[in-house]
Design a protein around this ligand. Sequence first.
Ligand code: ZN
Length: 160
Amino acid sequence: MSELKELYQEVILDHSRNPRNFRALQNATHKAEGYNPLCGDRLTVYLLVQGDVIQDVSFQGSGCAISKASASMMSAQMKGKTTAEARKIFGHFHQMLAGDQKKTWDKNILGKLAVFSGVSEYPVRVKCATLPWHTLRAGLEGGAQTPVSTESFSTEWTAG
Ligand code: ZN
């Protein structure tokens, strides 16, 4: 087993068993729901945005280990970031999971999130890993009227 695969399993296990920021945010300024019908992952992402800075992120819901771990790691990484930085990180994350052969995504921008790179080999799992991110985006964009679904994601956010 490669070192990255081992690290991946370790990180996914840790975050799915002990998800960070797994709670409702009472003073949330933004909130959105996401649903992945292929796997049954369902979650709500809460955001506290002040000015242009994401002061706090949390989530609640149920789903597979990958969706939970992805939401947990996302929440940990997004705290203190500007909304522009959040868009950029999501763009690179999305590019990595899309299995971009040109490697336009930057490992340094993704940091620990790079452990998800192996998921690109499993298209069904890609939806689990990106669900929390699409939900975060829907929340930042003012909250979705209806829950966002992995079957109707736009690919507007790209790395740049
Ligand atoms: Zn899933």
